[in-house]
Design a protein around this ligand. Structure first.
Ligand code: NAD
Length: 338
């Protein structure tokens, strides 16, 4: 049978990217909605054929415990609510797919992981790029030696953050660009290198007279050194658009731009001084969201650990903490090995 998802938080990402794709899943379907806005429950309930018995307010949320149609909960709320709604889902006996960034800080991540273990339920983080065909192909090419021994990575993530949204409030978002978008560069550096950074250094550039940045960081340039010697140079920004990464090896490079888009990622393979050519893949069997949602359903059915579980989310939050500490203290930080 297909397992049933309850989607919690009917905002932009849930309604535009996630809900329209669940019907394409092989192992999952949409069975319930959770929202604080009755009009949204009415609108999306009707659109997706979700009966009134399967529509919940936040006050009602714990009652999902009594609904056997709900196996999986997809938390698509602002970051400050991730830990609470994940832990309450575990207490209701459900598996959880929680959006990135996992939580406000590493202590919250640890509490989420512990709650999942206690409930014997699976926790997965919404790192869709692990299910996106071009990102997977780059990793495969690197592993096959297509660019020789990997030496360096660069990764840039950013957009112009419009004022007046929860993303610009530290007590709702955990922090600024690093939490929301720079995390894609952290992820890329880690999955391209295939290992964990041992050194982190960073500089921050935030115009505190800009009302957008009263509480959160804007631009952060950060570097990692990995145990193999691979170095990564990364940028996170709320002031300009960036969506690019490059993995360079002794014999060439793989370049992605856009690298982590919803659609239209483009891969180029090249050599320094010699230019590059596009690598074009046939359409994927499953879109990234479909692969992601099916993966948690399969893990729940088989008792397997998701490839991007809570520990993966925690690693990134720990790195964000180290990056911000490095920028604050003006020194490189040695990680605990992540
Ligand atoms: P959004 O603001 O559009 O949606 C958030 C929803 O939470 C809204 O419906 C809002 O009403 C609801 N909400 C409930 N309680 C709230 C409260 N107290 N304060 C504010 N909002 C409250 O945001 P979004 O862009 O949909 O982001 C939601 C989550 O999805 C975030 O964690 C974000 O990082 C993540 N996201 C992931 C991707 C991705 O590609 N993986 C893309 C976009 C967003």
């Amino acid at each position: 049978r297909k397992l049933g998802y309850a989607v919690v938080g009917l905002g932009s990402y849930a309604t535009r990217q996630i809900m329209p794709r669940i019907a394409q899943c092989e192992h999952a379907k949409l069975v319930a909605l959770v929202s604080g806005t009755p009009a949204k429950l009415e609108q999306y309930g009707a659109e997706y054929g979700i009966p009134k018995t399967h529509r919940y307010s936040y006050a009602d949320y714990d009652r999902i415990r009594d609904n056997p149609d709900i196996d999986l909960v997809y938390v698509v709320l602002p970051v400050f609510l991730h830990a609470e709604y994940t832990i309450r889902a575990f207490q209701a006996g459900k598996h959880v797919l929680c959006e990135k960034p996992m939580a406000m800080n590493s202590a919250e991540c640890e509490a989420m992981i512990a709650a999942g273990r206690k409930a014997k339920r699976k926790l997965m983080i919404g790192y869709r790029c692990h299910f996106e065909q071009y990102n997977l192909h780059v990793r495969k090419l690197i592993a096959e030696g297509a660019i020789g021994k990997l030496t360096a990575i660069s990764a840039e993530s950013g957009f112009y953050a419009q004022p007046g949204q929860w993303r610009l409030e530290k007590d709702k978002a955990g922090g600024g660009s690093l939490f929301d978008i720079g995390i894609y560069s952290i992820q890329a550096a880690r999955y391209l290198a295939g290992e964990e950074p041992e050194w982190v250094s960073a500089v921050e550039s935030t115009d505190r007279s800009d009302p957008r940045f009263a509480t959160v960081e804007d631009r952060v340039a950060f570097s990692f050194r990995f145990p193999s010697g691979v170095v990564a140079n990364c940028l996170s920004s709320y002031s300009s658009g960036h969506n690019h990464y490059r993995a360079t090896g002794r014999d060439g490079y793989l370049d992605m731009e856009p690298a982590t888009a919803y659609e239209g990622n483009r891969l180029f393979k090249g050599r320094a001084y010699a230019g590059s050519e596009a690598v074009v893949l046939p359409p994927p069997a499953k879109l990234q969201w479909v692969g992601q949602m099916d993966h948690l359903a399969e893990c729940a059915m088989r008792g397997a650990e998701p490839i991007v579980g809570g520990e993966e989310g925690l690693r990134d939050i720990r790195l964000i903490e180290a990056i911000l500490q490095s920028a604050r203290e003006g020194r490189a930080i040695r990680t605990a090995g992540a």
